[in-house]
Ligand binder design. Structure first.
Ligand code: ADP
Length: 307
């Protein structure tokens, strides 16, 4: 059996107020993957991450982290995960070396091992020279790095980042991106929740889109982008058509008997399409381009959600 970094089966969560945040979610994320979990507000991302990191209790289903079931092998599963939260939730007056040592201690390391781990993690994130400073003495960018250093102190195989660049300036965002790339290049699995499509696009290999508690897309970033490279057109026809048309390898569907939606990949032309329609005696009276980028997809979902 393939061992995944994260394997989720039939996961469900209904909060006490009756809100179903996750509905039969199944998802497998391979070891070494760089995975984006994308979705509009309220989609269920935090709930999913919360369950995986044992902050939220699930209502149904199974979760395995690096092969460890979170129900039966709780501490093993937990030790495999590092979490970078959205907000700074450390003591702002504690020297950062202490913050890291405490975190290592929390994962069961003895004093000596904890100190060693803290030193290594600070070194890896270029924070060694700042070790005696407190978070309030660090810049915003350094505090971001500190969050990551803390998440990595117990050397987890899976790193989960919850909107790591929300509200940070472009320079910090770039440096966080580079850090994530480097961390992933050493074989660590990364799962990222994000609202930034360019972030998912430029960093992630695979993507899951969650909407209203359900996974609606789960594919490789490349495939998703390829699909979006198709351009869709809406064709308004002069006369109603009630029979099927043989449009060779153009994929199409009727929206009604006078409206046709056609997906055009880049090796096809509108000219060719019109010729084919002509042969069927179908006249197009007007045409509209249906924008179809990832951004568009996301906006549509967000829009639908805020209705
Ligand atoms: P996302 O992270 O994608 O914004 P969430 O997982 O935070 O989505 O929320 C999913 C749904 O669950 C929303 O409808 C939200 O209002 C609801 N929800 C989240 N946390 C709680 C909670 N503690 N109690 C009740 N409902 C909650």
């Amino acid at each position: 059996m393939m061992e995944y970094a994260l394997s989720i089966k039939h996961l469900g969560k209904t909060y006490r107020n009756g809100v179903t945040a996750l509905d039969d979610v199944s998802l497998d994320i391979e070891k070494g993957d760089f995975f984006a979990l994308l979705g509009p507000n309220g989609a269920g991302k935090s709930t999913l991450i919360g369950i995986v990191t044992s902050l939220v209790r699930k209502s149904a289903g199974m979760v395995r982290v690096m092969g460890y079931d979170i129900d039966t092998h709780f501490s093993q599963a937990k030790s495999k995960i590092g979490v970078v939260p959205q907000d700074f939730n450390f003591n702002k007056f504690e020297p950062i070396i202490e913050i890291l040592k405490n975190q290592a201690g929390y994962f069961g390391m003895g004093r000596h091992a904890a100190l060693h781990a803290a030193e290594e993690s600070l070194n890896n994130l270029s924070l060694w020279e700042k070790r005696k400073l407190t978070p309030r003495q660090l810049s915003g960018g350094m505090n971001r790095r500190l969050l990551i250093a803390r998440a990595l102190v117990h050397d987890p195989e899976l790193l989960i980042l919850d909107e790591p660049t929300a509200g940070v300036d472009i320079e910090i965002r770039r440096s966080v991106w580079n850090l994530m790339r480097e961390i992933n290049s050493h074989g660590r699995t990364i799962i990222l929740t994000t609202h930034y499509l360019e972030e998912a696009e430029s960093l992630c290999r695979n993507i899951g889109i969650i909407d209203r508690g359900k996974i609606i897309v789960n594919t490789s970033m490349r495939k998703l982008l390829e699909k979006l490279k198709e351009e869709s057109f809406i064709l308004y026809l002069q006369n109603p058509v009630t029979r099927l048309l043989d449009l060779e390898d153009y994929s199409y569907k009727f929206l009604d008997d006078k409206t046709l939606e056609v997906a055009l990949s880049y090796d096809k032309t509108l000219h060719g399409l019109f010729n084919l329609l002509d042969r069927h005696g179908v006249t197009v009276s007007s045409i509209r381009n249906k924008a179809n980028r990832l951004e568009e997809l996301f906006l549509t979902m967000t829009h639908r959600n805020s209705e």
